[in-house]
Write a protein that binds this ligand. Structure first.
Ligand code: 3HC
Length: 297
């Protein structure tokens, strides 16, 4: 089962990156959004990112200016944007990267089942919801798989490929190959909360916020400690700002609700407080730190 045409629903923080890496990998990509302004914004981000990548290829001596320009043009030519989900009918794979709300995702997959050809594989880029539950809602559980990319998608090398109980061998293997075509290293995960990365990363971020809450150390010192002590590219507080405080809160709240007796899952009060104040991190210009675009102020 070879994936040649891909649909990506949602062209936001994660979705625009998935559209881009799939197109870079040689797939025809249909990017679907709900409003023209969201589509324009996502496609605009792709343009900027491709320009950065091309500039870097030339600077690093990996491509001539002509080759870099041709790479950008060929990648863009594979991408079409639309507000109409019917354009997904003949896709080999549809990846959703919409809001982290399980009911909304289930409704979407049920709708896609009616629109897409029977062989279309459905994938979710969810951070923490059950792929199996979405598979059941889609009416084609054997064709459902998780494809969890990391932020920023263009630069992070990993994709988690999540196998639910009903995912067929053929679908799982096609999803892994797609991840590789996108330039990523796939790891196989079971359909467990947070898969591999977020199951380890999110409790670590929550612990760091509790540390800050208790006044054990400043945000800056916690971040410096983990960067210089463990070699992480970002400290946990900065990373929470980068990922989004609302996203982090919704992941931990969901887990606490579903697994109230698991001590690894807890909701730090400071996180709730910041989200209530609409300090959501990089995306709103302030979280634990102040931000100017993609960089800390
Ligand atoms: N597209 C293309 N190029 C880009 C780019 C993009 N979107 N963003 C940055 N670049 C380029 C820059 O132009 C720069 O090029 P240069 O070397 O020629 O100047 C190069 O990439 C490096 O960029 P920066 O100087 O901005 O970045 P850093 O070296 O500081 O690295 C980082 C940035 C990759 C984000 C690094 O800090 C990092 O790895 N941070 C940790 C990120 C992480 O852990 N992500 C996972 C989050 S968890 C998640 O996503 C799961 C979810 O479910 C919650």
């Amino acid at each position: 089962m070879q994936i040649k045409k891909v649909g990506v629903i949602g062209c936001g923080l994660m979705g625009h990156g998935i559209v881009q890496v799939a197109a870079q990998g040689g797939c025809q990509v249909v990017a679907v959004e709900t409003e023209q302004k969201f589509l324009d914004s996502g496609l605009g981000r792709i343009d900027k990112s491709l320009a950065k990548l091309a500039e870097k290829q030339v600077k690093d001596g990996k491509a001539t200016q002509e080759q870099a320009t041709a790479f950008v043009a060929a990648t863009k030519a594979r991408i079409t944007g639309t507000l109409d989900k019917k354009a997904l009918a003949d896709c080999d794979l549809v990846v959703e990267a919409i809001v982290e709300n399980l009911d909304v995702k289930k409704t979407l997959f049920a709708e896609l089942d009616k629109l897409c050809k029977p062989s279309t594989i459905f994938a979710s880029n969810t951070s923490s919801f059950s792929i199996g539950e979405m598979g059941k809602a889609s009416g084609r559980p054997a064709n459902m798989v998780g494809l969890h990319f990391f932020n920023p998608v263009q630069l992070m090398k990993l994709v988690e490929v999540v196998r639910a109980a009903d995912t067929s061998d053929e679908v799982f293997s096609a999803a892994r190959s797609f991840g590789e075509a996108c330039g990523k290293v796939p790891v196989s995960c079971k359909d467990t909360p947070g898969f591999v990365v977020n199951r380890l990363l999110v409790p670590y971020m929550a612990e760091a916020i509790k540390m800050l809450e208790r006044g054990d150390a400043s945000a800056q010192d916690i971040d410096i400690a983990m960067k210089l002590g463990c070699g992480y590219p970002m400290g946990p507080i900065e990373l929470t700002d980068y990922v989004g405080l609302d996203t982090t809160l919704s992941i931990v709240e969901g887990w606490v609700k579903r697994y109230p007796n698991d001590p690894a899952f807890c909701v730090p009060n400071l996180l709730k407080q910041k989200v209530a104040e609409k300090k959501l991190g990089r995306k709103t210009g302030e979280g634990f730190y102040k931000w100017e675009g993609d960089k800390k102020a």
